[in-house]
Write a protein that binds this ligand. Structure first.
Ligand SMILES: [Zn+2]
Length: 342
């Protein structure tokens, strides 16, 4: 028995005013053919050595019992149901109506009633599949006021893009797991948030930042930081492609949330340019890293693309790497491009 607190009040056990202890202990009960144990809260009276539950405690203890049962049989708990609903910023009643369930169904599930397994499966799918939520929203649009519909839609789109970003980040990291050699990783683990910041930092300082320049800028920044501080900034692995050093998974990197990339085509060729996120301020880049980036940006800012490509092709790190294979940071000390300290 664990004592949570003690307060002086009228005890409903012995009907006298004294210090009543609020205690918690593990209880066991049978529910729907399952024995479940769960933490229960009571008031304890030392005068009669007895326990009593207030109305509130009866509700919480009942919920704790149901949640223990839900966990045991593999159903969502009440808290999980609440968080799925809140992820879409929708009310209990609104959620029930959208799913064509009884108006109070979600309210009951979030409280005392154990959901049936078909409803449980639907809630689980909704937790992971915001696109499906948007489809339901479209289908049931007629039930909602325009304003409410738009509010739900905006929220669901945010969930969708956030989840897409999580998948994207996970897939980039899974790909990078194959690179174990420290000289190839620049002695740091890939940090995609930092990559996003590096892109924004560069874009905030170069008016028209196109992809070729950005790729070289990231590489030279990581190389110069490695040369100066013994490790790269981002943890990106760069390969020797015909157009010069390019980070592995560069196509995915520019899709990351927070990267603002414009695409247009010129004579049938796709062009990508980058601008800084509105109100961008570096939050995780360290000052030593920004100092290095400033030196690289100052050098590359107005260098014509062809010259930039030629210069990177002339770097010994690039020359020594096998075609389409990772470039070693070990060659950083032999960088031929100079980056004057301002
Ligand atoms: Zn008492």
């Amino acid at each position: 028995m664990e004592i949570l607190k003690s307060e002086k009040k009228l005890c409903h056990n012995c009907m006298q005013v004294h210090d009543v202890k609020i205690v918690r202990q593990e209880e066991s009960e049978w529910f729907k053919g399952e024995e479940v144990s769960f933490p229960s809260v009571f008031e304890y009276c030392s005068n009669v050595d007895g326990f009593i539950e207030t109305e509130e405690m009866i509700r919480t203890n009942n919920l704790a019992m149901k949640d223990a049962y839900r966990k045991k049989v593999g159903l969502l708990t009440s808290d999980e149901i609440i968080s799925i609903r809140k992820q879409y910023g929708i009310s209990q009643k609104g959620f029930s109506e959208l799913l064509n369930w009884g108006r109070t169904t979600i309210t009951r599930y979030e409280n005392h009633q154990v959901q049936d397994s078909a409803h449980d499966a639907i809630l689980r799918k909704l937790a992971k599949d915001p696109k499906w939520f948007i489809e339901i929203l479209e289908k049931e649009k007629h039930k909602l006021e325009e304003k409410t519909y738009l509010k739900y839609l905006e929220k669901a789109r945010k969930v969708y893009s956030k989840m897409g970003n999580q998948y994207l980040t996970a897939s980039i990291e899974a790909y990078y797991a194959r690179f174990q050699d420290q000289e190839i990783k620049g002695c740091v683990e890939l940090d995609t948030e930092k990559v996003v910041e590096m892109i924004n930092y560069s874009a905030s300082r170069i008016r028209y930042l196109h992809k070729v320049k950005l790729m070289k800028l990231l590489w030279y920044s990581d190389m110069l930081h490695y040369k100066t501080h013994g490790k790269s900034i981002s943890g990106l692995v760069y390969s020797a492609l015909p157009m010069g050093p390019v980070p592995e998974k560069h196509d995915c990197l520019i899709e990351l949330e927070g990267v603002h990339c414009n695409q247009d085509s010129n004579n049938g060729k796709m062009r990508y340019s980058f601008r800084a996120a509105p109100g961008f301020k570096p939050a995780i880049l360290q000052s030593s890293e920004m100092e290095i980036m400033d030196r690289v940006i100052a050098r590359l800012r107005s260098m014509p693309t062809n010259e930039l490509i030629n210069r990177s092709h002339g770097e010994s790190a690039y020359i020594k790497a096998k075609a389409s294979s990772p470039i070693s940071f070990g060659e950083a000390e032999n960088l031929s491009m100079d980056f004057p300290v301002p």
